[in-house]
Design a protein around this ligand. Structure first.
Ligand code: TTP
Ligand code: MG
Length: 388
């Protein structure tokens, strides 16, 4: 099946989170890294700091010499991990086919022909919901998606299709290709091979004698021609599962939101059970009238995949923090996922449900989402023919 491949990579990730969380840092050179007095190195820096020549992995001392007025901050890894999960969550709303390659970078596979459109939507969602800049490369393979993303940075979208290889890829320095680090680049440069185009036009035998290995030479040649057969190594286990709905109009009734949450909780529970997972943390997401997004979460005493328990947690969160109507969007996110046995959803307390839920799940799996639902969902569907 043909697919478009996206490479999504946040810009200056750690520094962007810091700038977002402390608006005083916006527009300023910000360096995140170790302690300058104990040989710390730069993890990353804002694009404002990059203008001074600061880069990841140089010493903090050197960075401060390049830009003495830069603001330096320590690495707050738990915070960046949390934000990374929220970003991946948004990606999962667009496709289940994801290979996360680092804390702020992932390949996404989407239906052929939809890549650019999806990229625009994903970038807007990350900007709107998390206020973070994201760049996306769009193509038909990992190599070109990754290169397109580097060209799109910062905060842009760029596509490279096979027909663009000559025009876009070939003029680039060879260091844009995977596996071409400073040593290989120097070696190739010594033979007069500076651009990807130079590499593409080199006979394979000549490349073999420079690279010293026929396998490496063959791979480099493929890359130089814009070809890449590497598959996405899809993430085996999700870190979280989200369900949300944006209403076509403002909703003023609390009860209506609770009905929708009940439905979303059932969907979330079903998705957990179908993957044999349980969640420890349940989160609520709301879009308020000023379009700001509010999220709140609750850690449960034990992991669960029960619709009712998820609903109880989100309805409690909603009652606590709903603010004033109207609401435009509600969502549920469960995280802290653990493997659970597929049949032990409902422990001691409710024998009847223990039998009923697997049966409902089985029917649902066989006949689809709208064939089987519990009473409360029926109410919701009847209310205004709302089709989720
Ligand atoms: P990158 O995506 O490589 O860098 P970045 O997001 O800061 O900047 P951009 O993508 O716009 O070029 O890495 C993601 C995070 O990983 C980065 O914010 C900090 C961390 N990191 C390190 O701690 N050390 C490093 O040497 C690098 C490269 C990154
Ligand atoms: Mg990045």
């Amino acid at each position: 099946m043909k697919q478009d491949i996206l490479l999504c990579d946040l810009d200056a990730f750690f520094a962007s989170v810091e700038q977002r969380d402390n608006p005083e840092l916006k527009g300023k050179p910000v360096i995140v890294g170790g302690d300058p007095d104990s040989r710390g190195v730069v993890s990353t820096c804002s694009y404002e700091a990059r203008r001074f020549g600061i880069r990841s992995a140089i010493s903090m001392k050197e960075a401060l010499r390049l830009c003495p007025e830069a603001v330096t901050l320590p690495v707050n890894m738990p915070r960046y991990k949390e934000v990374s999960d929220q970003v991946m969550d948004i990606f999962y709303m667009f496709t289940p086919d994801i290979e996360q390659v680092s804390i702020d970078e992932a390949y996404l596979a989407v239906k052929a022909g939809t890549g650019l459109d999806k990229a625009r939507k994903i970038r807007s969602a990350v900007r709107e919901e998390l206020h973070l800049p994201l760049s996306i490369g769009v193509s038909l393979n990992k190599l070109l998606a990754k290169i397109a993303c580097s060209l799109a940075k910062p905060d842009g979208i760029r596509a490279i299709y096979p027909e663009d290889v000559e025009k876009i890829l070939w003029p680039l320095p060879v260091s844009f290709l995977p596996g071409v680090g400073p040593v290989t680049e120097q070696k190739l440069n010594n033979f007069g091979i500076k651009t990807v185009g130079d590499l593409a036009s080199l006979p394979l035998e000549a490349l073999e004698s420079i690279a010293g290995s026929s396998a490496v030479a063959a791979e480099l040649k493929e890359y130089a021609l814009g070809r890449d057969s590497r598959k996405l190594e899809l993430n085996a286990v999700r870190k979280s599962i989200s369900e949300e709905i944006t209403f076509p109009q403002d909703i003023y009734e609390k009860d209506y939101i609770l009905d929708v949450l009940f439905d979303l909780a059932s969907e979330t529970g079903y998705r957990l059970r179908s993957k044999g997972l349980k969640a420890r943390t349940v989160g609520l997401k709301l879009k308020l009238p000023d379009f700001s997004i509010k999220t709140r979460s609750l850690t449960l005493p034990g992991a669960t995949a029960s619709d009712e328990k998820i609903y109880r947690a989100v309805s409690e969160l909603f009652t606590r923090c709903c603010g004033n109507p109207p609401w435009r969007l509600v969502g549920i996110r469960v995280s802290g996922l653990e493997r659970g046995s597929q049949l032990s959803f409902f422990p001691e307390e409710n024998r009847k449900k223990e039998i009923i839920t697997p049966v409902l799940d089985m029917l649902r799996q066989r006949y689809g989402r709208d064939v089987i639902f519990k009473g409360r969902r029926l109410l919701l569907l009847k209310k205004d023919n709302f089709k989720l």
